[in-house]
Structure formats: C-alpha cells, structure tokens
Design a protein around this ligand. Sequence first.
Ligand code: NAP
Length: 247
Amino acid sequence: MLILGGTAEAVRLAEACAALPQLEIVTSLAGRTRAPRAPPGEIRIGGFGGVEGLARYLRSRAIGRVVDATHPFAARIGRNAAQACLAAAVPRLRLLRPPWRQEPGDRWLEVDSLAEAARRLPASARVFLSVGRSELAAFAGLPQWFLVRTIEPAERCLAQAHWLAERGPFRLEDELALLRAHAIDVVVTKGSGGEATYAKLAAARALGLPVIMVRRPPPPPGAVVDSVAAALAWLAHPPAERAGRST
Ligand code: NAP
C-alpha cells in the first residue's frame, strides 16, 4: 500500500497499518519539511514526476492500494494520484480530515484564495498570518504589519513582520497570549482542519477577533473518508468496483 503523506493522519494510518498482517506500507513525502515525523514502514521522499511518474511507480512497486492522506490544500498531488491510480487500475481512497466549523461567537470571513484574503485585509491592521511559508508572497508589498508563523523558517519577504518558526500543537493559553502580546486585529488562515492548530481560532473567538478563512479546494472525484478508522475499514473491505470509482 502506498500512503501519500505529509500529515498527522498519514502517520497515524501507517502506525495502525503496521499492525496488520500481509500489508507492506510505503509512505511518500514531498520532502518540504526538514525533520518530518517518521511513520513505521518504508519511507520515500520527493516528487514522482507528475501523473506518468506516479503511475510508473505504482506499477513498478506492484502497489495494490493508495491512500491519499495529504494535506487538504495539497491539490496537485491529489489530482495526480487520482489520474495515476485510474491509469494503473489501483484503488484509491482520499483521507481528508474534517474541516473546522464556525461556532457561536466566531467572526469568520470565508474566501476562496490567499490573494482574496490579502485583498480583504483592513488597511492598517496588525495581522496574524498562519499560512504555509511558500504562500507568503500573496501578502508581499502590503502596508499591514504581520506576525508570521510557519513550521520551517520562511523567506523574509514581508516588509513589516515578526517571524516565528514553530510546529503545533498549540495551546489555547499560549495562542491567547500571542495574539494579545502582538495586539493582533485579524487572523488569516487556511481551512486546514485538525486539532493541532485549532487553538488560534478559539483564541480569536475569545478575543472577538475576525478570522479570514481560506476555503479548501474540492477533492477529486472518488471515495473520501474523514478518519483513520474509516480508512482502515476501507482497507479491510476493498472496493469491488473498478479502481478509482467511489465506494
Ligand atoms: P501539491 O502542490 O499538491 O504538490 C506539488 C508536487 O509536490 C506534486 O505534484 C508532487 O510532485 C509533489 N508531492 C506533493 N506531495 C507529495 C507526496 N506526499 N509524496 C511525493 N510527492 C509529493 O503539494 P503541496 O501543497 O506543496 O504539499 C506538499 C506536501 O506537504 C504534501 O505531502 C502535503 O501533505 C504536505 N503539506 C501541505 C500543506 C499545504 O498547506 N499545502 C500543509 C501541510 C503539509 P510530482 O508531480 O513530481 O510527483
């Protein structure tokens, strides 16, 4: 089985599968993070070389199943996996963590892109920017002040900013202290979901701060589950249908 990884869910799935008999697991990582959490089983690192490269890999390694457990915003590898699995006739499942939902007291503005998030920022706001380090360019050249938090140190492409390189999970009391210490007016984040980085949203709610939330791209057609348990059930009862069709 090939797990397309880069998420906590991918690691948890590999850990759960390691206990299953007669299942060899390969986890694939893009290689963006310097010290990724290592799942059990084989690990391969780096791109496959598009749809053709991935289809070739599936055939050459006789992969029997693919679970795409990549991040909800990793759209390209998801599309590639869908096409490559169809081409190589390998059943594929998308494991997609549930999105965050607004709760009473939340003040979210949902937008479709980081560029739109940048356009919607109030002119003189102090902004907590909690997006990937490769996505900061959308905010370059803006007049606002930014508190930028990324997992890996980021290229300092914003004129007025304070930089943090930290990996979650983050605690509510620390997020409250951070937002207060930097007198933040607005939070910008992608709708990634998951518990590790949810505390910033609870902190924004507690302080009455608006959040600009970038919506997820839609997943490619096919079977989707939102938990490791449901992925294990899918693996236990492989789809009878042709590869790539919804179960
Ligand atoms: P992407 O835009 O969907 O993919 C870009 C290219 O990176 C793909 O075409 C593929 O190259 C390679 N790639 C991506 N994921 C891969 C994987 N698991 N194994 C091997 N190659 C992979 O992806 P992205 O948004 O840059 O994310 C890269 C990785 O970081 C993903 O594994 C994702 O789970 C993780 N991640 C992403 C985010 C995010 O916000 N996007 C956040 C946290 C973690 P080839 O075409 O050469 O195969």
